[in-house]
Design a protein around this ligand. Structure first.
Ligand SMILES: N[C@@H](CCC(=O)N[C@@H](CS)C(=O)NCC(=O)O)C(=O)O
Length: 290
């Protein structure tokens, strides 16, 4: 038995990203169950998770249903004290909890004007004053956290913690909408865009379903400002260097090409998520470098 986590579309569901980071970034195994937003799929799936109404919702191995991302963070931290979900230093831990709580409760203007979308980046979104006020508050919180905890890492309270997981979708909004922030805040945004767990989530989000019309904006576009993926492409056939999928060990059915070499996977999704960002996947990179 392991944890189950109900998630929405990876490209768009910012709360699902937070919930999943609380597992992946802290080495806690989880099985995801995906439901498309803006369809009957999520309410239908959540009938098995009463009384939950939103993604993410966790079911623990012993059967407790836990919706609300802040509750998921607390429950995982209690069950896995060695994982470092909250900082061990009491002062840093208190600070991280303040940050996550304010993120959980606030920033309504930023969230509604700039919904998370990991598939595009715009040159400008004409942010209204309320969004600029939210950004100013974020910069205040982030600077305060660094000063008060003395963090010397890219993260706010020392090692990557739940506070950083809660701000990952904010960092992606700054990247997607090219929102104006000071250089110190931009360094923090870039740390999120380069974070291994985030790169894995975004790679999956780029390929795990059609674009959702609700998130479409007609702003001018630019390239994604995060790390540039290696130039892999999907190819037909199964004539590959490996006979077994690097993720499952099952026989190869789908292939990609990278710098003239061919590698195979046991399903289209695992091939496509690897094409989207090969370096995000340690098992694939181990194969590629072998
Ligand atoms: N307060 C909740 C918010 C969760 C939430 O709003 N999730 C969205 C997806 S990002 C959702 O499930 N929307 C579907 C709906 O509201 O019907 C949490 O912390 O998890």
């Amino acid at each position: 038995m392991t944890y189950d986590l109900v998630i929405g579309d990876r490209a768009y569901s910012s709360w699902s990203l937070r919930g999943w980071l609380l597992f992946d970034a802290f080495g806690i195994p989880v099985r995801t169950r995906l439901a498309r937003l803006y369809s009957d799929a999520l309410p239908t799936l959540l009938k098995d998770y009463f009384p939950a109404r939103t993604a993410p919702t966790m079911r623990t191995p012993d059967g407790s249903v836990v919706p609300e991302t802040i509750a998921i963070a607390e429950e995982l931290a209690t069950r896995h004290p060695e994982a470092g979900i909250w900082p061990s230093d009491p002062h840093a831990r208190a600070t991280a909890r303040v940050l996550a709580a304010e993120m959980h409760a606030g920033f309504a203007a930023l969230r509604s004007h700039c919904p998370m979308n990991l598939r595009v980046s715009y040159t400008d979104c004409q942010p209204p004053d309320e969004v600029l006020a939210d950004l100013a508050r974020l910069e205040t919180l982030w600077s305060w956290a660094r000063q008060t905890t003395g963090s010397v890492t890219p993260w706010l309270c020392g090692a990557y913690s739940a506070a950083d997981a809660f701000f990952a979708p904010v960092a992606t909004r700054i990247a997607t909408y090219n929102l104006p922030v000071r250089p110190e805040a931009m360094l923090y945004v870039n740390a999120h865009l380069a974070h291994a767990s985030f790169r894995r989530w975004r790679a999956m989000g780029k390929v795990d379903g059609a674009d959702q019309p609700f998130y479409r904006r007609d702003f001018p576009r630019r390239d994604w400002p995060g790390p540039v993926p290696l130039p892999a492409r999907a190819i037909p056939g199964t004539d590959t260097e490996n006979a077994a999928c690097p993720y499952s060990g099952q026989p190869v059915t789908h292939a990609l090409e990278l710098y003239g070499r061919r590698f195979g996977f046991c399903n289209a999704f695992c091939r496509d998520k690897t094409v989207a960002d090969p370096e995000a996947w340690p098992q694939f990179m181990a194969l590629y470098q072998s």
